[in-house]
Design a protein around this ligand. Structure first.
Ligand code: 4AD
Ligand code: MG
Length: 430
């Protein structure tokens, strides 16, 4: 007997197959039982007819509780009304592992309860759909860069440098030396860009952010491209091409998941290039016109981002931020040195900043001066300065936190549902 994955069953109509999975739900009406089994690939309605099965099979189907693991054998039949268009006429039904009082039932549970049971919550249809979308986005990211001839550079997780400011570092002891969990792979990509031209990294990053918002995780996955000789215009073009690609890919390949999540897909269908581009100064004026107080030099918080995003029907790119509020490595705008060639891409519908990037300072002495101004330890940045010492070149890159992108595409309000095991303020269990 062949064991078949549920999603492949339409190709086995009329055949006898075995399914291994878990009991999702069950309906009974007299001499008929309708267990619904899931196996991670889909849901299958099974039909157990008392007259056609052994006593053991009838009793097992009757006794199986929610999330018991089961092995079911039977014949695949076409059934237009069933999920997936097929059902299984059961011959044998066996319980492999019982599940006493499964804690997550279809009734409403509080967030804390669900987060404490994250290891089980993953089995629920919505969580399953979000993580499948994440899987598609991750594959899309790798395909996008591979197809465009970028080389994957795995950046280290233990590092001696602070890439994005000292205040959000997770510190650890490295045989008597101070080390930090990486906030970004960018610094390590810049030398690699000189070796390969076009590179990217994609891995976990860490920020000890004392902020308890729906947009922040302590551990998140970031994809970061870095391109030699790419200047700011080209960087913006790359960012919008990348985001359009990922959204299109999810629309093409995640229809079932988006339906499970009841995502309004018309909003995603708008996400076509060109994306609107505004400057930070435009953003301040826009906020003022909406009655929000903001002046040059203020950082844009979540509320400000949402007001700006709501003025557009697709992601918006904000550029040329004041030098003082951005990272030490950003290239000054040649037309206005009080601002930098940095860009944030803000997603629609209140999902906030999904991309942050910039052209990098390629002048050795200016970079050295910035490292000192930011009170960073110069000796730890010698290798980074070397990129400007040996054949310097203009270059640019960005980082996208994939949980924010997945939350937006999936339409789930909180980042905690977009990563299998979220690390949040005051939560590291399970
Ligand atoms: O804007 P950020 O801090 O930029 C960098 O780290 C650059 N070094 C990237 C680069 O140019 N190579 O972070 C980039 C993105 C943000 O736009 C956001 O999507 C995500 O990382 N991000 C977070 N996601 C979840 N939780 C957090 N605490 C995040 N902090 C940043
Ligand atoms: Mg940022």
């Amino acid at each position: 007997m062949t064991t078949v994955r549920i999603k492949d069953l339409p190709r086995h109509v009329g055949e006898k197959v075995t399914i291994d999975g878990w009991l999702y739900n069950k309906r009974t009406s007299g001499k008929l039982q309708f267990p619904i089994v899931r196996d991670g690939s889909g849901y299958l309605q099974c039909v157990v007819f008392k007259k056609e099965v052994s006593e053991e099979t009838w009793a097992a189907a009757d006794a199986a509780t929610q999330e018991s693991s089961v092995r079911v054998t039977g014949t695949v039949r076409e059934e237009g009304r069933a999920p997936g268009g097929v059902e299984l006429g059961v011959e044998t039904f066996e319980i492999l592992g019982t599940a006493p009082e499964y804690p997550i039932s279809p009734k409403e549970h509080g967030t804390d309860f669900l987060m404490n049971h994250r290891h089980l919550w993953l089995r629920s249809s919505k969580q399953h759909a979000v993580l499948r979308i994440r899987n598609e986005i991750e594959k899309g990211i790798r395909d996008f860069f591979y197809d465009r001839d970028f080389v994957l550079i795995d950046s280290p997780i233990l590092t001696a440098n602070a890439a994005e400011g000292m205040s959000t570092l997770f510190e650890t002891d490295y045989f008597g030396e101070k080390a930090y969990l990486s906030q970004s792979g960018q610094l390590y990509l810049e030398p690699a860009a000189a070796a390969f031209g076009k590179v990217y990294c994609f891995g976990p990053t860490f920020r000890a952010e004392k902020s308890k918002t729906r947009r922040h995780l302590m551990e998140f996955w970031m994809v970061e491209p870095e391109v030699a000789f790419l200047e700011f215009e080209g960087l913006q073009a790359l960012a919008e091409e990348f985001v359009e690609y990922l959204v299109t890919r999810a629309l093409e390949r995640c229809q079932e998941e988006l339906k499970t999540l009841e995502r309004d897909q018309s909003k995603l269908e708008n996400v076509k290039r060109p994306f609107p581009r505004i400057t930070y100064r435009d953003a301040i004026d826009l906020l003022a016109s909406k009655g929000m107080e903001a002046k040059f030099g203020d950082d844009l918080g979540g509320d400000e981002e949402t007001v700006i995003a709501n003025s557009f029907d697709r992601p918006v790119m904000i550029s040329r931020y004041p030098t003082d509020i951005k990272a030490f490595y950003m290239q000054p705008d040649p037309n206005d040195p009080s601002v930098v060639l940095g860009l944030d891409m803000i997603a629609p519908e209140g999902y906030g900043e999904i991309i942050g990037g910039s052209q990098r300072i390629h002048d050795h002495d200016l970079l050295l001066a910035r490292i000192k101004e930011h009170n960073l330890p110069v000796e730890k940045f010698q290798w980074y300065l070397d990129v400007r010492k040996y054949g310097t070149f203009p270059h640019s890159g960005f980082g996208m936190g994939i949980e924010r992108c997945v939350a937006w595409i999936s339409g789930v309000p909180h980042l905690r549902e977009t990563i299998p095991y979220p690390r949040m303020l005051n939560r590291i269990y399970p």
